[in-house]
Design a protein around this ligand. Structure first.
Ligand SMILES: [Zn+2]
Length: 153
C-alpha cells in the first residue's frame, strides 16, 4: 500500500474520490453539495504526495455511494479525478469522471431570463457541444455558459 493510501484510514463502505488536482478538494466537496451535515464520516486530504513530482487531494466519504450523475460534473473542476466505490474494504467499482453528452438538472443556467430559472419546474439541460474545450450550452435559451460560473453557483 502506498504512502498516500496509508495517510488516511481505509474505509469499509463508501466512496473514495482520488487524484483530485491539488488544492481542489474543497471546491469538489462544494460542487457535490457535501456539507458534512448528514453525519457521514468524511476524510479530506490535501496535497498528498502522489508520485515523485506531483501531489493530489483525496476525499473519503463513508457509507455513501456516489453515482456518475453526481460525479461527472467534477470533470470540469478536476479532470483527473477517479471515483472508487468501496464495499467491505474492497474496490468494487473504479471509474474516471467524464463529460456526459448533457448535464441534466445538475447546473443552473446563468441566464436569469431562462425558462429553467422561472417558476415553472423545468429541469436545466446543458448540452456539451464541444468535449475538448469544453463548451457548454443551455438547451432552452441557447446561451453558451461560462464554466467557472456553473461551478461556483
Ligand atoms: Zn438557459
Amino acid at each position: 500500500m502506498s504512502e498516500s493510501q496509508l495517510l488516511v484510514r481505509r474505509i469499509k463502505d463508501g466512496t473514495v474520490i482520488d487524484h483530485i488536482d491539488p488544492g481542489m478538494a474543497l471546491v469538489v466537496l462544494s460542487a457535490l453539495n457535501i456539507t458534512g451535515r448528514k453525519g457521514n464520516v468524511i476524510t479530506i486530504a490535501l496535497n498528498v504526495p502522489s508520485s515523485k513530482f506531483e501531489a493530489k487531494d483525496m476525499i473519503k466519504i463513508e457509507n455513501r455511494f456516489l453515482e456518475s450523475n453526481d460525479t461527472n460534473k467534477l470533470v470540469l473542476l478536476a479532470p483527473k479525478t477517479t471515483i472508487n466505490i468501496i464495499r467491505d474494504y474492497k474496490v468494487i467499482e473504479k471509474r474516471k469522471v467524464e463529460l456526459p453528452i448533457a448535464f441534466i438538472g445538475i447546473f443552473k443556467c446563468s441566464n436569469p431570463m431562462c425558462i429553467t430559472n422561472s417558476k415553472e419546474q423545468i429541469k436545466s439541460i446543458i448540452d456539451v457541444i464541444d468535449k475538448l474545450k469544453p463548451i457548454l450550452k443551455c438547451r432552452y435559451c441557447v446561451r453558451i455558459l461560462d464554466i467557472d460560473e456553473l461551478i461556483h453557483q
